[in-house]
Design a protein around this ligand. Structure first.
Ligand code: BG6
Length: 474
């Protein structure tokens, strides 16, 4: 068994991290545009510091990002040169429904993405489209409280139905919500939620999760009705948990932590709540409001395929606080001394990718798709913008070897692989440009300076030959 000849090789980005143009073409602000650069970014992401307008004294990297809004033709040309078969991108919700609760969409926003899809198709690149990637129109946050409000189901469904119908024939691979489990860890980023004093945070997060799960199922159903060719996936912030020791209680903690993420995918892939989640609600007295029809909605439309991001594994113990922590990850993890770390403290574990693929395939028996994987690193370009990024090539090569083994030796069904940030973009967690993932260098710095000029790194040609050889030449 080798990689299928139609294996989907490509790269991935998200609207808020590349587009900029946040007030152009009728677009309005969304939650993610209001994440400032600097030390307050984390508190805003956690929903613990309210930031619902731009404020002087702050710099907002998403405002211009890498200006793909004006430069997508050039960028797609470069993706085509690398031989991309697929390009994973997201739509900005507030470009299409600027406030989120309008009845009619913003035509300029729809046209913008239509042009992108046509351009991709011209180059025989299949779009893989995330409908919401950390993105809620700010009006829905201010007036409705984000996803904790059940009305968001209707607003999101209207938005999704609009794009599904409009792009019929141009797009067939859809993801409903990016890294849906991030909602539990970064509620403002994942759900546009800002907490007030005295809030039961756990209850609010799981209530919002319920709304997203129902909305995702409704949209999966609509997608199939609009076009039977459509394939819809869910998306997990992946990376399994290792027990720090072979003490049974450490293993139990690893299972518990895995389930925090699997909970979402269990519902989306199997169409019903897993018992362990219902028991959790009961034991922790979380009063999650569910409408009578929700059970049927969830059961009616499980996803067609399961996608995930993979950057690292995580290590946990029943006594995690006793050990040195790995830095830099939004998921708490003990530092695993068996693994090297990136400059941002993310632990590098290619075999962990093979393990994750096996766990997910065993669990769901659905085709998988690795929709994010890559190395955030500091690049030093020469005067022509060329970067000798052997470290990035090494990271990607080892991860590709790992997923090939999962396919060829373990028999996992894998549809494709999109490297994260195929072009340098803004880091979601830090807002930095200096945490670069791309094979294309973008001359833009952390403070917003730079020409925005694009140039090819060494990894550009390397990835081109990987794709051309269908993963044989690494
Ligand atoms: C995932 C997100 O969490 O990881 C991306 O879906 C994000 O939006 C990526 O950019 C890498 O994380 P970071 O924080 O290094 O940008």
């Amino acid at each position: 068994m080798a990689l299928d000849k139609n294996f989907l090789w490509g790269g991935a980005t998200a609207a808020n991290q590349v587009e900029g143009g946040v007030l152009e073409g009728g677009r309005k602000l969304s939650n993610i545009d209001l994440l400032p650069y600097g030390e307050d970014r984390k508190a805003v992401g956690l929903g613990e510091l309210e930031m619902l307008e731009w404020q002087e004294d702050y710099y907002y990297p998403a405002q211009e990002a890498i200006d793909m809004y004006h430069r997508y033709m050039e960028d797609i040309q470069l993706f085509a040169e690398m031989g991309f078969k697929v390009y994973r991108m997201s739509l900005s919700w507030s470009r299409i429904f600027p406030n989120g609760d309008e009845l009619e969409p913003n035509e300029a926003g729809l046209v913008f993405y239509e042009e992108i899809f046509k351009e991709l198709r011209k180059h025989k690149i299949e779009p893989l489209v995330t409908i919401a990637h950390f993105d809620v129109p700010i009006h829905l946050v201010k007036e409705y409280g984000g996803w904790k409000n059940r009305q968001l189901i209707d607003f999101y469904t209207r938005y999704a139905e609009t794009v599904l119908k409009r792009y019929q024939g141009l797009v067939k691979y859809w993801l409903t919500i990016n890294e849906i489990n991030i909602l539990l860890h970064q509620p403002f980023v994942g759900g546009g939620i800002v907490f007030k004093e005295g809030d039961n945070k756990e209850e609010i997060k799981y209530q919002a999760a319920h709304h997203q799960l129902v909305a995702s199922a409704l949209v999966t159903k609509i997608a199939h009705e609009v076009d039977s060719e459509n394939q819809v996936g869910c998306m997990l912030a992946g990376g399994s948990h290792y027990p720090y020791t072979c003490r049974p209680e450490d293993y139990q903690e690893a299972i518990r932590r895995d389930r925090e993420g699997y909970f979402f995918i269990d519902v989306q892939a199997r169409g019903k709540y897993p018992n362990y989640a219902l028991k959790k609600f009961e034991q922790e007295k979380l009063n999650i409001q569910m409408a009578v029809e929700d059970t049927e909605i969830l059961a009616a439309a499980p996803v067609d395929f399961v996608t995930f991001s993979y950057y690292c594994s995580r290590t946990v113990s029943a006594h995690s606080e006793d050990y040195e922590q790995a830095t830099g990850n939004i998921f708490a993890s003990i530092k695993n001394d068996n693994l090297a770390s990136t400059e941002w403290g993310w632990q590098i574990d290619p075999l962990g990718l093979r393990n994750s693929l096996n766990q997910l395939y065993d669990r769901y028996q659905k085709p998988l798709f690795i929709v994010e994987n890559g190395l955030g690193a500091i690049d030093t370009p020469d005067e022509n913008g060329y970067v000798e990024d052997d470290y990035r090539i090494d990271y990607l090569k080892k991860h590709i070897e790992a997923f090939k083994a999962a396919v060829e030796i373990d028999g996992v069904e894998l549809m494709g692989y999109t490297t994260w940030g195929c072009i340098d973009l803004i880091s979601a967690s830090t807002g930095q440009m200096s945490k670069r993932y791309g094979m294309i260098y973008v001359d833009r710095q952390d403070d917003g300076s730079g020409t925005l000029k694009r140039s090819k790194k060494k990894s550009f040609d390397w990835y081109r030959q990987v794709i051309a050889s269908n993963g044989e030449v690494l």
